[in-house]
Design a protein around this ligand. Structure first.
Ligand SMILES: [Ca+2]
Ligand SMILES: [Ca+2]
Ligand SMILES: [Ca+2]
Length: 282
Protein backbone atom coordinates (compact mmCIF):
# COMPACT_ATOMS: atom_id res chain seq x y z
CA UNK A 1 0.00 0.00 0.00
CA UNK A 2 1.49 3.34 -1.07
CA UNK A 3 2.00 6.16 1.44
CA UNK A 4 -0.32 8.38 -0.64
CA UNK A 5 -3.11 5.79 -0.45
CA UNK A 6 -2.63 5.41 3.31
CA UNK A 7 -2.88 9.19 3.73
CA UNK A 8 -6.13 9.27 1.73
CA UNK A 9 -7.52 6.33 3.75
CA UNK A 10 -6.67 8.04 7.04
CA UNK A 11 -8.21 11.31 5.89
CA UNK A 12 -11.44 9.51 4.95
CA UNK A 13 -11.56 7.68 8.35
CA UNK A 14 -10.93 10.87 10.33
CA UNK A 15 -13.56 12.85 8.37
CA UNK A 16 -16.14 10.10 8.83
CA UNK A 17 -15.88 10.01 12.67
CA UNK A 18 -17.69 13.34 13.31
CA UNK A 19 -20.44 12.28 10.91
CA UNK A 20 -20.93 8.95 12.75
CA UNK A 21 -21.07 10.74 16.11
CA UNK A 22 -23.61 13.18 14.67
CA UNK A 23 -25.81 10.30 13.46
CA UNK A 24 -25.50 8.60 16.89
CA UNK A 25 -26.39 11.90 18.62
CA UNK A 26 -29.45 12.42 16.42
CA UNK A 27 -30.65 8.87 17.12
CA UNK A 28 -30.61 9.50 20.87
CA UNK A 29 -32.48 12.81 20.64
CA UNK A 30 -35.77 11.36 19.49
CA UNK A 31 -36.99 10.00 22.86
CA UNK A 32 -40.72 10.32 23.51
CA UNK A 33 -40.64 12.50 26.66
CA UNK A 34 -39.05 15.40 24.77
CA UNK A 35 -42.45 15.95 23.13
CA UNK A 36 -43.69 17.12 26.57
CA UNK A 37 -40.90 19.70 26.65
CA UNK A 38 -37.13 19.59 26.42
CA UNK A 39 -34.60 21.72 28.28
CA UNK A 40 -31.12 22.00 26.85
CA UNK A 41 -28.95 22.49 29.92
CA UNK A 42 -25.51 24.11 29.76
CA UNK A 43 -22.25 22.62 31.00
CA UNK A 44 -20.64 24.73 33.72
CA UNK A 45 -17.36 24.60 35.61
CA UNK A 46 -18.78 27.04 38.17
CA UNK A 47 -20.06 24.68 40.88
CA UNK A 48 -22.78 26.28 43.02
CA UNK A 49 -22.72 26.16 46.81
CA UNK A 50 -25.76 24.20 47.97
CA UNK A 51 -26.84 26.49 50.81
CA UNK A 52 -30.45 27.37 49.92
CA UNK A 53 -29.66 30.87 48.64
CA UNK A 54 -27.89 32.85 45.94
CA UNK A 55 -24.39 32.60 47.46
CA UNK A 56 -23.20 35.23 44.97
CA UNK A 57 -25.23 37.27 42.50
CA UNK A 58 -23.66 35.42 39.56
CA UNK A 59 -23.86 31.92 41.12
CA UNK A 60 -26.50 30.79 38.60
CA UNK A 61 -26.02 33.34 35.80
CA UNK A 62 -24.53 30.64 33.53
CA UNK A 63 -27.49 28.26 34.04
CA UNK A 64 -30.53 27.68 31.85
CA UNK A 65 -33.45 29.71 33.22
CA UNK A 66 -37.09 28.59 33.07
CA UNK A 67 -40.04 30.72 34.22
CA UNK A 68 -43.18 29.18 35.76
CA UNK A 69 -46.26 31.30 36.43
CA UNK A 70 -49.59 30.64 38.12
CA UNK A 71 -51.64 33.72 37.31
CA UNK A 72 -54.65 33.09 39.60
CA UNK A 73 -52.34 32.93 42.64
CA UNK A 74 -49.90 35.60 41.37
CA UNK A 75 -47.09 33.09 41.77
CA UNK A 76 -43.81 33.21 39.85
CA UNK A 77 -40.98 30.69 40.02
CA UNK A 78 -37.62 30.81 38.27
CA UNK A 79 -35.80 27.52 37.80
CA UNK A 80 -32.06 27.52 37.09
CA UNK A 81 -30.41 24.33 35.89
CA UNK A 82 -26.89 23.38 34.80
CA UNK A 83 -24.48 20.41 35.00
CA UNK A 84 -20.78 19.56 35.08
CA UNK A 85 -21.19 16.12 33.39
CA UNK A 86 -21.21 14.22 36.70
CA UNK A 87 -23.69 16.31 38.70
CA UNK A 88 -26.92 18.10 37.95
CA UNK A 89 -27.47 21.42 39.75
CA UNK A 90 -30.89 23.01 40.18
CA UNK A 91 -32.03 26.19 41.94
CA UNK A 92 -35.76 26.78 42.37
CA UNK A 93 -36.36 30.44 43.19
CA UNK A 94 -39.96 30.79 44.42
CA UNK A 95 -40.07 34.58 44.06
CA UNK A 96 -43.61 34.93 45.45
CA UNK A 97 -43.53 32.51 48.41
CA UNK A 98 -43.05 34.96 51.27
CA UNK A 99 -44.16 32.54 54.01
CA UNK A 100 -41.77 30.21 55.83
CA UNK A 101 -44.19 27.28 56.09
CA UNK A 102 -43.00 23.94 57.50
CA UNK A 103 -44.51 22.00 54.62
CA UNK A 104 -43.28 24.16 51.73
CA UNK A 105 -41.66 21.73 49.38
CA UNK A 106 -39.93 21.22 46.05
CA UNK A 107 -38.78 18.18 44.14
CA UNK A 108 -37.07 16.85 41.05
CA UNK A 109 -37.87 13.53 39.37
CA UNK A 110 -35.41 11.85 37.02
CA UNK A 111 -36.32 9.10 34.55
CA UNK A 112 -32.77 7.93 33.91
CA UNK A 113 -33.73 5.60 31.02
CA UNK A 114 -36.20 8.19 29.72
CA UNK A 115 -38.77 5.49 29.00
CA UNK A 116 -41.84 7.06 30.67
CA UNK A 117 -44.56 4.72 31.93
CA UNK A 118 -47.64 4.96 34.14
CA UNK A 119 -45.78 4.16 37.40
CA UNK A 120 -42.25 5.09 38.53
CA UNK A 121 -39.87 2.20 37.81
CA UNK A 122 -36.47 1.31 39.33
CA UNK A 123 -34.67 3.68 36.93
CA UNK A 124 -36.85 6.59 38.16
CA UNK A 125 -35.89 8.76 41.16
CA UNK A 126 -37.51 11.49 43.23
CA UNK A 127 -35.41 14.05 45.13
CA UNK A 128 -37.44 16.32 47.41
CA UNK A 129 -36.91 19.04 49.96
CA UNK A 130 -39.47 19.91 52.62
CA UNK A 131 -39.64 22.90 54.96
CA UNK A 132 -38.13 23.08 58.39
CA UNK A 133 -38.73 21.37 61.72
CA UNK A 134 -38.31 23.80 64.64
CA UNK A 135 -36.37 26.08 62.28
CA UNK A 136 -33.89 23.36 61.22
CA UNK A 137 -33.84 22.59 57.47
CA UNK A 138 -34.34 18.92 56.63
CA UNK A 139 -31.93 17.00 54.35
CA UNK A 140 -33.24 15.94 50.95
CA UNK A 141 -35.43 12.86 50.77
CA UNK A 142 -34.67 10.45 47.91
CA UNK A 143 -37.10 7.85 46.57
CA UNK A 144 -36.75 5.22 43.88
CA UNK A 145 -39.54 3.72 41.78
CA UNK A 146 -40.56 0.08 42.13
CA UNK A 147 -42.78 -0.26 39.05
CA UNK A 148 -45.67 -1.65 41.08
CA UNK A 149 -48.27 -0.35 43.51
CA UNK A 150 -51.96 0.46 43.74
CA UNK A 151 -51.27 4.06 42.83
CA UNK A 152 -48.41 6.41 41.97
CA UNK A 153 -47.57 7.22 45.60
CA UNK A 154 -47.20 3.52 46.53
CA UNK A 155 -44.69 2.93 43.72
CA UNK A 156 -41.95 5.01 45.44
CA UNK A 157 -39.65 3.63 48.17
CA UNK A 158 -36.94 5.46 50.19
CA UNK A 159 -33.49 5.29 48.67
CA UNK A 160 -30.00 6.73 49.24
CA UNK A 161 -27.52 8.05 46.70
CA UNK A 162 -24.03 9.19 47.65
CA UNK A 163 -23.18 12.87 47.28
CA UNK A 164 -26.66 14.20 46.57
CA UNK A 165 -27.30 17.45 48.40
CA UNK A 166 -30.23 19.78 48.88
CA UNK A 167 -30.98 22.82 50.98
CA UNK A 168 -34.12 24.86 51.49
CA UNK A 169 -33.70 28.54 52.32
CA UNK A 170 -35.74 31.64 53.14
CA UNK A 171 -33.87 34.74 52.06
CA UNK A 172 -33.56 37.42 49.36
CA UNK A 173 -29.83 37.91 49.93
CA UNK A 174 -27.87 38.28 46.66
CA UNK A 175 -30.99 37.34 44.68
CA UNK A 176 -30.92 39.36 41.43
CA UNK A 177 -34.74 39.13 41.13
CA UNK A 178 -36.26 39.54 44.63
CA UNK A 179 -34.66 41.09 47.72
CA UNK A 180 -37.49 40.32 50.14
CA UNK A 181 -37.20 37.04 52.07
CA UNK A 182 -38.74 34.16 50.14
CA UNK A 183 -38.37 30.42 49.53
CA UNK A 184 -35.34 29.14 47.59
CA UNK A 185 -34.35 25.50 47.02
CA UNK A 186 -30.97 24.26 45.79
CA UNK A 187 -30.22 20.71 44.65
CA UNK A 188 -27.10 18.81 43.66
CA UNK A 189 -27.86 15.40 42.10
CA UNK A 190 -25.04 12.92 41.54
CA UNK A 191 -25.42 11.40 38.06
CA UNK A 192 -22.54 8.92 38.34
CA UNK A 193 -24.85 6.03 39.24
CA UNK A 194 -27.18 6.58 36.30
CA UNK A 195 -26.77 5.49 32.67
CA UNK A 196 -24.36 7.65 30.70
CA UNK A 197 -26.55 9.39 28.16
CA UNK A 198 -27.40 12.77 26.70
CA UNK A 199 -31.08 12.66 27.74
CA UNK A 200 -32.99 12.11 30.99
CA UNK A 201 -36.70 12.37 31.67
CA UNK A 202 -37.38 15.15 34.20
CA UNK A 203 -40.23 16.56 36.27
CA UNK A 204 -39.78 19.54 38.63
CA UNK A 205 -42.31 20.83 41.16
CA UNK A 206 -42.56 23.36 43.96
CA UNK A 207 -45.43 24.36 46.25
CA UNK A 208 -46.21 26.94 48.91
CA UNK A 209 -48.03 25.31 51.82
CA UNK A 210 -49.49 28.67 52.88
CA UNK A 211 -51.84 28.91 49.90
CA UNK A 212 -54.18 26.30 48.46
CA UNK A 213 -53.49 24.82 45.04
CA UNK A 214 -50.13 26.58 44.72
CA UNK A 215 -48.32 23.78 42.89
CA UNK A 216 -46.08 24.99 40.08
CA UNK A 217 -44.52 22.36 37.85
CA UNK A 218 -42.39 21.72 34.80
CA UNK A 219 -43.51 20.64 32.28
CA UNK A 220 -46.44 22.98 32.92
CA UNK A 221 -49.79 21.17 33.24
CA UNK A 222 -48.00 17.80 33.58
CA UNK A 223 -50.70 16.75 36.06
CA UNK A 224 -48.93 16.83 39.44
CA UNK A 225 -51.33 16.64 42.39
CA UNK A 226 -51.10 18.74 45.53
CA UNK A 227 -53.50 20.79 47.57
CA UNK A 228 -53.07 22.08 51.10
CA UNK A 229 -55.62 19.93 52.96
CA UNK A 230 -54.09 16.65 51.82
CA UNK A 231 -51.18 14.73 53.30
CA UNK A 232 -48.06 16.80 52.47
CA UNK A 233 -46.05 13.81 51.23
CA UNK A 234 -43.78 14.52 48.23
CA UNK A 235 -44.47 11.02 46.81
CA UNK A 236 -48.09 11.98 46.09
CA UNK A 237 -47.18 14.89 43.83
CA UNK A 238 -45.44 13.61 40.66
CA UNK A 239 -47.68 12.61 37.73
CA UNK A 240 -46.94 9.41 35.72
CA UNK A 241 -43.47 9.43 34.12
CA UNK A 242 -45.24 9.50 30.73
CA UNK A 243 -46.10 13.14 31.53
CA UNK A 244 -42.56 14.24 32.42
CA UNK A 245 -40.37 16.25 30.04
CA UNK A 246 -36.73 15.76 29.23
CA UNK A 247 -33.38 17.46 29.71
CA UNK A 248 -30.58 17.35 27.18
CA UNK A 249 -26.96 17.71 28.20
CA UNK A 250 -23.59 17.42 26.49
CA UNK A 251 -22.11 14.10 27.64
CA UNK A 252 -21.91 12.98 24.02
CA UNK A 253 -20.07 16.17 23.15
CA UNK A 254 -17.48 15.51 25.85
CA UNK A 255 -16.88 11.95 24.62
CA UNK A 256 -16.81 13.18 21.03
CA UNK A 257 -14.07 15.70 21.81
CA UNK A 258 -11.91 13.14 23.62
CA UNK A 259 -12.39 10.45 20.93
CA UNK A 260 -11.63 12.88 18.12
CA UNK A 261 -8.59 14.24 19.94
CA UNK A 262 -7.16 10.75 20.51
CA UNK A 263 -7.82 9.57 16.94
CA UNK A 264 -6.44 12.76 15.40
CA UNK A 265 -3.36 12.60 17.65
CA UNK A 266 -2.83 8.94 16.65
CA UNK A 267 -3.19 9.71 12.94
CA UNK A 268 -0.80 12.68 13.16
CA UNK A 269 1.77 10.57 15.03
CA UNK A 270 1.55 7.91 12.30
CA UNK A 271 1.91 10.45 9.48
CA UNK A 272 4.85 12.22 11.14
CA UNK A 273 6.64 8.91 11.76
CA UNK A 274 6.13 7.91 8.10
CA UNK A 275 7.30 11.32 6.92
CA UNK A 276 10.46 11.07 9.02
CA UNK A 277 11.15 7.53 7.71
CA UNK A 278 10.81 8.78 4.10
CA UNK A 279 13.17 11.70 4.82
CA UNK A 280 15.71 9.29 6.34
CA UNK A 281 15.51 7.06 3.26
CA UNK A 282 16.02 10.05 0.87
CA1 LIG B 1 -26.08 28.79 46.70
CA1 LIG C 1 -44.47 29.18 52.07
CA1 LIG D 1 -38.07 5.08 33.59
Amino acid sequence: MSLKFKKILLTVIISTIPFLYFISYMNTTTKALSTNGCIEIPFSTRTPTIDGKWTQQNEWSDAKEITLKREEQNHTVYIFIKHNTTHLFVLIDFLTDFTQSSYDKAGICLDTNENGGQLPEPDDYLFSLCGTVYGVPLPPEIYRGTGHGENLEDAWIPHQIYNCQGKIGFTGENDPYENEKHRIYEFQINLKFFPETNHYGVYIFVCDYHTNYSLLEWPENAGGKWEKPSNPDPKQIPPPPDNWGSIKDHFIGEKFDIACFMLTAGALTFLISRFRRNIAKA
